[in-house]
Design a protein around this ligand. Structure first.
Ligand code: GUN
Length: 308
Protein backbone atom coordinates (compact mmCIF):
# COMPACT_ATOMS: atom_id res chain seq x y z
CA UNK A 1 0.00 0.00 0.00
CA UNK A 2 1.21 3.48 -0.87
CA UNK A 3 2.21 5.97 1.80
CA UNK A 4 -0.51 8.61 2.24
CA UNK A 5 0.57 12.22 1.75
CA UNK A 6 -1.74 13.88 4.22
CA UNK A 7 -2.39 17.41 2.96
CA UNK A 8 -4.52 18.29 5.95
CA UNK A 9 -1.79 17.49 8.48
CA UNK A 10 0.93 19.06 6.36
CA UNK A 11 -1.11 22.23 5.77
CA UNK A 12 -1.50 22.60 9.55
CA UNK A 13 2.30 22.91 9.77
CA UNK A 14 2.39 25.52 7.00
CA UNK A 15 -0.43 27.43 8.72
CA UNK A 16 1.59 27.40 11.95
CA UNK A 17 4.46 29.01 10.06
CA UNK A 18 2.06 31.62 8.63
CA UNK A 19 0.68 32.36 12.12
CA UNK A 20 4.19 32.92 13.43
CA UNK A 21 4.97 35.28 10.50
CA UNK A 22 1.74 37.17 11.22
CA UNK A 23 2.82 37.54 14.86
CA UNK A 24 6.25 38.90 13.80
CA UNK A 25 4.73 41.38 11.37
CA UNK A 26 2.48 42.63 14.16
CA UNK A 27 5.26 42.82 16.77
CA UNK A 28 7.91 44.36 14.52
CA UNK A 29 5.87 46.56 12.22
CA UNK A 30 2.41 46.86 13.75
CA UNK A 31 0.91 45.39 10.58
CA UNK A 32 -2.00 42.98 10.27
CA UNK A 33 -1.91 41.34 6.84
CA UNK A 34 -5.06 41.96 4.84
CA UNK A 35 -6.30 39.86 1.93
CA UNK A 36 -9.01 41.17 -0.43
CA UNK A 37 -10.98 38.39 -2.08
CA UNK A 38 -13.06 39.25 -5.13
CA UNK A 39 -15.83 36.88 -6.13
CA UNK A 40 -17.81 37.60 -9.29
CA UNK A 41 -21.11 35.79 -9.67
CA UNK A 42 -22.55 32.83 -7.79
CA UNK A 43 -20.60 29.80 -8.90
CA UNK A 44 -21.20 27.36 -5.99
CA UNK A 45 -17.69 25.83 -6.11
CA UNK A 46 -16.07 29.28 -6.11
CA UNK A 47 -18.27 30.33 -3.18
CA UNK A 48 -17.03 27.33 -1.17
CA UNK A 49 -13.38 27.98 -2.08
CA UNK A 50 -13.64 31.64 -1.09
CA UNK A 51 -15.38 30.82 2.20
CA UNK A 52 -12.66 28.30 3.08
CA UNK A 53 -9.87 30.73 2.21
CA UNK A 54 -11.34 33.47 4.42
CA UNK A 55 -11.99 31.07 7.29
CA UNK A 56 -8.39 29.83 7.30
CA UNK A 57 -7.11 33.41 6.98
CA UNK A 58 -8.93 34.43 10.12
CA UNK A 59 -7.59 31.37 11.99
CA UNK A 60 -3.98 32.49 11.42
CA UNK A 61 -4.63 36.16 12.16
CA UNK A 62 -4.87 37.41 8.57
CA UNK A 63 -7.70 39.85 7.93
CA UNK A 64 -9.82 39.37 4.86
CA UNK A 65 -12.36 41.46 3.00
CA UNK A 66 -14.79 39.84 0.64
CA UNK A 67 -16.08 41.69 -2.43
CA UNK A 68 -19.02 39.83 -3.95
CA UNK A 69 -19.93 41.27 -7.32
CA UNK A 70 -22.87 40.71 -9.59
CA UNK A 71 -22.24 38.20 -12.39
CA UNK A 72 -23.13 40.91 -14.92
CA UNK A 73 -20.47 43.39 -13.79
CA UNK A 74 -18.57 45.14 -16.58
CA UNK A 75 -14.82 45.01 -17.18
CA UNK A 76 -14.56 48.69 -16.23
CA UNK A 77 -16.43 48.27 -12.95
CA UNK A 78 -14.17 45.39 -11.95
CA UNK A 79 -11.10 47.36 -13.02
CA UNK A 80 -12.19 50.26 -10.80
CA UNK A 81 -12.48 48.00 -7.76
CA UNK A 82 -9.06 46.43 -8.38
CA UNK A 83 -7.52 49.85 -8.90
CA UNK A 84 -8.92 51.00 -5.55
CA UNK A 85 -7.56 47.87 -3.84
CA UNK A 86 -4.16 48.35 -5.50
CA UNK A 87 -4.01 51.84 -4.03
CA UNK A 88 -5.31 50.91 -0.60
CA UNK A 89 -2.30 50.72 1.73
CA UNK A 90 -4.29 48.56 4.17
CA UNK A 91 -4.71 45.80 1.56
CA UNK A 92 -1.63 43.63 1.04
CA UNK A 93 -2.99 40.84 -1.13
CA UNK A 94 -5.65 40.69 -3.83
CA UNK A 95 -7.23 37.48 -5.08
CA UNK A 96 -9.79 37.45 -7.88
CA UNK A 97 -11.43 34.04 -7.77
CA UNK A 98 -11.38 32.32 -11.18
CA UNK A 99 -13.10 31.44 -13.42
CA UNK A 100 -14.81 34.72 -14.26
CA UNK A 101 -18.08 35.11 -16.20
CA UNK A 102 -17.63 34.97 -19.97
CA UNK A 103 -18.04 38.72 -20.61
CA UNK A 104 -14.92 39.47 -18.58
CA UNK A 105 -11.45 39.11 -20.05
CA UNK A 106 -9.51 37.07 -17.50
CA UNK A 107 -6.06 38.12 -18.75
CA UNK A 108 -6.94 41.81 -18.46
CA UNK A 109 -8.19 41.27 -14.90
CA UNK A 110 -5.08 39.32 -13.89
CA UNK A 111 -2.85 42.03 -15.36
CA UNK A 112 -4.70 44.75 -13.45
CA UNK A 113 -3.73 43.36 -10.03
CA UNK A 114 -0.52 45.02 -8.86
CA UNK A 115 2.31 42.43 -9.09
CA UNK A 116 3.27 43.03 -5.44
CA UNK A 117 -0.31 42.33 -4.29
CA UNK A 118 -0.70 39.32 -6.56
CA UNK A 119 -1.00 36.46 -4.05
CA UNK A 120 -1.81 33.95 -6.82
CA UNK A 121 1.37 34.50 -8.81
CA UNK A 122 -0.73 34.93 -11.96
CA UNK A 123 0.46 38.38 -13.08
CA UNK A 124 2.61 38.05 -16.24
CA UNK A 125 5.56 39.74 -14.51
CA UNK A 126 5.44 37.14 -11.74
CA UNK A 127 4.89 34.30 -14.23
CA UNK A 128 7.95 35.52 -16.14
CA UNK A 129 10.02 35.75 -12.96
CA UNK A 130 9.07 32.19 -12.05
CA UNK A 131 10.00 30.95 -15.54
CA UNK A 132 13.34 32.78 -15.25
CA UNK A 133 14.00 31.13 -11.89
CA UNK A 134 13.94 34.46 -10.00
CA UNK A 135 12.65 34.82 -6.48
CA UNK A 136 8.94 35.61 -6.83
CA UNK A 137 5.45 34.72 -5.67
CA UNK A 138 4.71 31.09 -6.54
CA UNK A 139 1.18 29.96 -7.54
CA UNK A 140 -0.51 28.34 -4.55
CA UNK A 141 -1.45 24.88 -5.84
CA UNK A 142 1.92 24.03 -7.42
CA UNK A 143 3.66 25.42 -4.34
CA UNK A 144 1.57 23.10 -2.17
CA UNK A 145 2.38 20.15 -4.44
CA UNK A 146 6.11 20.86 -4.11
CA UNK A 147 5.88 20.89 -0.30
CA UNK A 148 4.07 17.54 -0.50
CA UNK A 149 6.67 16.08 -2.85
CA UNK A 150 9.48 17.15 -0.55
CA UNK A 151 7.90 15.10 2.22
CA UNK A 152 8.64 12.04 0.13
CA UNK A 153 11.75 13.04 -1.83
CA UNK A 154 14.54 14.90 -0.04
CA UNK A 155 16.19 15.27 -3.45
CA UNK A 156 14.12 15.56 -6.60
CA UNK A 157 17.15 15.79 -8.92
CA UNK A 158 16.97 13.53 -11.94
CA UNK A 159 13.45 12.32 -11.23
CA UNK A 160 11.15 12.03 -14.22
CA UNK A 161 8.00 13.99 -13.50
CA UNK A 162 4.93 13.83 -15.72
CA UNK A 163 2.50 16.71 -15.25
CA UNK A 164 -0.91 15.95 -16.73
CA UNK A 165 -2.59 19.26 -17.57
CA UNK A 166 -1.18 22.52 -18.92
CA UNK A 167 -3.28 25.19 -17.24
CA UNK A 168 -1.77 28.53 -16.24
CA UNK A 169 -2.96 27.92 -12.66
CA UNK A 170 -1.38 24.50 -12.10
CA UNK A 171 0.23 22.62 -15.00
CA UNK A 172 2.61 25.24 -16.39
CA UNK A 173 3.90 26.67 -13.06
CA UNK A 174 4.14 23.11 -11.69
CA UNK A 175 6.42 22.18 -14.58
CA UNK A 176 8.59 25.25 -13.89
CA UNK A 177 8.99 24.36 -10.22
CA UNK A 178 9.86 20.75 -10.99
CA UNK A 179 12.39 21.90 -13.57
CA UNK A 180 13.95 24.22 -11.00
CA UNK A 181 14.23 21.21 -8.68
CA UNK A 182 16.24 19.47 -11.46
CA UNK A 183 13.52 17.04 -12.50
CA UNK A 184 13.14 15.90 -16.08
CA UNK A 185 9.68 17.20 -16.87
CA UNK A 186 7.08 16.06 -19.37
CA UNK A 187 3.85 18.01 -19.72
CA UNK A 188 1.02 15.82 -20.99
CA UNK A 189 -2.32 17.16 -22.20
CA UNK A 190 -5.39 16.29 -24.23
CA UNK A 191 -3.37 16.00 -27.47
CA UNK A 192 -0.58 13.86 -26.00
CA UNK A 193 -0.20 10.48 -27.67
CA UNK A 194 0.39 7.38 -25.56
CA UNK A 195 -0.27 9.20 -22.31
CA UNK A 196 -0.59 5.97 -20.29
CA UNK A 197 2.82 4.64 -21.28
CA UNK A 198 4.35 8.09 -20.74
CA UNK A 199 2.94 8.17 -17.22
CA UNK A 200 4.19 4.65 -16.57
CA UNK A 201 7.74 5.93 -17.04
CA UNK A 202 7.34 8.63 -14.40
CA UNK A 203 8.81 8.69 -10.90
CA UNK A 204 6.36 11.47 -10.12
CA UNK A 205 2.88 11.98 -11.57
CA UNK A 206 1.00 15.23 -11.03
CA UNK A 207 -2.60 14.85 -12.20
CA UNK A 208 -4.16 18.28 -12.82
CA UNK A 209 -6.55 17.80 -15.68
CA UNK A 210 -10.03 17.93 -14.11
CA UNK A 211 -11.04 14.51 -15.38
CA UNK A 212 -12.56 12.15 -12.87
CA UNK A 213 -10.31 9.17 -11.95
CA UNK A 214 -8.42 9.38 -15.25
CA UNK A 215 -5.17 7.99 -13.89
CA UNK A 216 -5.64 4.28 -13.22
CA UNK A 217 -3.32 1.68 -11.69
CA UNK A 218 -1.88 0.61 -15.06
CA UNK A 219 -0.74 4.21 -15.72
CA UNK A 220 1.56 4.19 -12.70
CA UNK A 221 5.04 2.73 -12.25
CA UNK A 222 5.31 0.67 -9.05
CA UNK A 223 6.68 2.90 -6.28
CA UNK A 224 5.97 6.20 -8.07
CA UNK A 225 4.72 9.27 -6.20
CA UNK A 226 1.28 10.46 -7.31
CA UNK A 227 -0.13 13.90 -6.48
CA UNK A 228 -3.80 14.37 -7.30
CA UNK A 229 -4.81 17.98 -7.97
CA UNK A 230 -8.26 17.19 -9.36
CA UNK A 231 -11.46 18.00 -7.51
CA UNK A 232 -14.46 16.49 -9.31
CA UNK A 233 -17.91 16.41 -7.74
CA UNK A 234 -19.86 13.21 -8.43
CA UNK A 235 -23.10 11.74 -7.16
CA UNK A 236 -23.34 8.14 -5.99
CA UNK A 237 -26.78 6.87 -4.91
CA UNK A 238 -27.92 10.45 -4.40
CA UNK A 239 -24.90 11.35 -2.25
CA UNK A 240 -22.49 14.03 -3.44
CA UNK A 241 -18.83 13.07 -3.23
CA UNK A 242 -15.52 14.58 -4.30
CA UNK A 243 -13.07 12.49 -6.29
CA UNK A 244 -9.76 13.38 -7.87
CA UNK A 245 -8.15 12.80 -11.26
CA UNK A 246 -6.64 9.59 -9.88
CA UNK A 247 -8.47 6.31 -9.19
CA UNK A 248 -7.32 6.40 -5.58
CA UNK A 249 -8.11 2.84 -4.42
CA UNK A 250 -6.51 1.16 -7.44
CA UNK A 251 -3.49 3.46 -7.70
CA UNK A 252 -2.79 3.12 -3.95
CA UNK A 253 -1.98 -0.54 -4.61
CA UNK A 254 0.81 0.39 -7.03
CA UNK A 255 2.19 3.82 -6.08
CA UNK A 256 4.85 4.41 -3.42
CA UNK A 257 3.08 7.53 -2.16
CA UNK A 258 -0.22 9.18 -3.03
CA UNK A 259 -2.22 12.24 -2.01
CA UNK A 260 -5.96 11.80 -1.36
CA UNK A 261 -8.95 13.86 -2.49
CA UNK A 262 -10.29 15.47 -0.37
CA UNK A 263 -7.61 16.15 2.25
CA UNK A 264 -4.66 16.41 -0.12
CA UNK A 265 -3.76 19.31 -2.36
CA UNK A 266 -6.85 21.39 -1.42
CA UNK A 267 -5.78 22.35 2.11
CA UNK A 268 -2.20 22.88 0.90
CA UNK A 269 -3.41 25.39 -1.71
CA UNK A 270 -5.12 27.48 0.96
CA UNK A 271 -2.13 27.33 3.31
CA UNK A 272 0.15 28.49 0.48
CA UNK A 273 -2.23 31.33 -0.36
CA UNK A 274 -1.84 32.60 3.20
CA UNK A 275 1.93 32.11 3.01
CA UNK A 276 1.86 34.24 -0.14
CA UNK A 277 -0.17 36.86 1.71
CA UNK A 278 2.49 37.33 4.41
CA UNK A 279 5.02 37.24 1.56
CA UNK A 280 3.14 40.10 -0.12
CA UNK A 281 3.28 42.16 3.09
CA UNK A 282 7.05 41.63 3.24
CA UNK A 283 7.43 42.64 -0.41
CA UNK A 284 5.55 45.85 0.26
CA UNK A 285 7.28 46.70 3.56
CA UNK A 286 10.26 48.70 2.31
CA UNK A 287 8.11 50.85 0.06
CA UNK A 288 4.97 51.09 2.11
CA UNK A 289 6.37 52.02 5.48
CA UNK A 290 9.05 54.30 6.75
CA UNK A 291 10.28 52.05 9.51
CA UNK A 292 11.80 54.94 11.48
CA UNK A 293 8.66 57.06 11.71
CA UNK A 294 6.09 54.37 11.05
CA UNK A 295 4.41 56.52 8.42
CA UNK A 296 2.94 55.36 5.17
CA UNK A 297 4.86 56.43 2.09
CA UNK A 298 3.41 55.05 -1.10
CA UNK A 299 0.98 52.16 -1.13
CA UNK A 300 2.65 50.51 -4.12
CA UNK A 301 5.75 50.80 -6.25
CA UNK A 302 5.41 51.94 -9.81
CA UNK A 303 6.07 49.43 -12.54
CA UNK A 304 5.51 49.17 -16.23
CA UNK A 305 3.83 46.28 -17.99
CA UNK A 306 2.31 46.79 -21.43
CA UNK A 307 0.59 44.06 -23.41
CA UNK A 308 0.47 44.90 -27.08
N1 GUN B 1 -9.67 29.13 -9.20
C1 GUN B 1 -9.22 27.87 -9.05
N2 GUN B 1 -8.01 27.87 -8.43
C2 GUN B 1 -7.71 29.17 -8.21
C3 GUN B 1 -6.60 29.80 -7.60
O1 GUN B 1 -5.61 29.18 -7.17
N3 GUN B 1 -6.67 31.18 -7.55
C4 GUN B 1 -7.72 31.88 -8.05
N4 GUN B 1 -7.67 33.21 -7.96
N5 GUN B 1 -8.75 31.31 -8.62
C5 GUN B 1 -8.76 29.96 -8.70
Amino acid sequence: MAQLIDGKALSAKVLQQVASEVASLSAEHGIKPMLAVVLVGEDPASQIYVRNKMKRASEVGIGSREYVLDAGITQDELAQLIDALNNDADVHGILVQLPLPAQLDEDTVIESVHPDKDVDGFHPLNVGALAAGSDTVVPCTPQGCMIMLRQIHSDLSGKHAVVIGRSNIVGKPMAMLLLQANCTVTIAHSHTQGIESLCRQADIVIAAVGCRELVDADWVKPGATVIDVGINAIEIDGTRKLVGDVAFDAVSQVAGAISPVPGGVGPMTIACLLLNTTGAVKRQLPRTFDLASGTVNKPIRSYCYVRS
